[in-house]
Structures are given as structure tokens and as C-alpha cells.
Design a protein around this ligand. Structure first.
Ligand code: ZN
Length: 104
């Protein structure tokens, strides 16, 4: 049986969980993967945070070193917003901006 102290501690931890959920919810949206080593040949690919490749901008490769080969940029509210960001901050060649099937 939980003690009064256990229950008070549980209530305190719920505040942390709620804060964590609110922070995670802010990560929902569209992300662009910027593939730095292959920036002249690979597309800027737009994904949704729920895509397995994106996983809320954390990527799919366990143990990958963030930023070593590229970075996830986002979240954006829409594909159009992500596309505008790429066009305004990079110089994509024609056809370099692509969308994963997860955005459809
Ligand atoms: Zn995707």
C-alpha cells in the first residue's frame, strides 16, 4: 500500500511527466534532413515527425552521432513552411527538395 509520502512524490513526478509531454508535443511537425556530406547530390527530404526515418528529428540509426553526417531541422507546421525554409537558407538545385511518402 502506498504511503502518504509515496503519493505526494507521485503527484510531484506527474508534474514532471506533464511538462515532458508538453515539450514532446512541441516536437510534432515536419522536419527536413540536411545531409551535409552529400549536400550537392542528395535531396533535402521532408518528413513528418511520426515517420520512422525522422522519429521527431532524432533519426532512425541508434547510436548515430547527431550532427556528424547531417542534421534534422524542424519542426515546421507544414511542408510548405519547410520548403520555404530550405529555399531561403540554402541554394537547392532544381528538384533537390523532396518529400517522404510519410507526408502524403
Ligand atoms: Zn518520412
Amino acid at each position: 500500500m502506498a504511503t502518504k509520502e509515496n503519493l505526494k512524490n507521485l503527484e510531484k513526478s506527474l508534474d514532471s511527466i506533464i511538462l515532458g509531454v508538453e515539450i514532446l508535443k512541441k516536437g510534432i511537425g515536419y522536419y527536413v534532413y540536411y545531409n551535409k556530406p552529400n549536400e550537392n547530390t542528395k535531396a533535402f527530404k521532408i518528413h513528418h515527425s511520426s515517420c520512422g526515418n525522422c522519429a521527431w528529428g532524432t533519426g532512425k540509426i541508434p547510436g548515430a552521432s547527431p550532427g556528424l553526417n547531417g542534421v534534422w531541422i524542424g519542426p515546421f507546421n507544414s511542408v510548405a513552411q519547410a520548403t520555404s525554409f530550405i529555399n531561403e537558407n540554402f541554394s537547392p538545385f532544381p528538384g533537390q527538395i523532396d518529400e517522404c511518402n510519410c507526408t502524403k
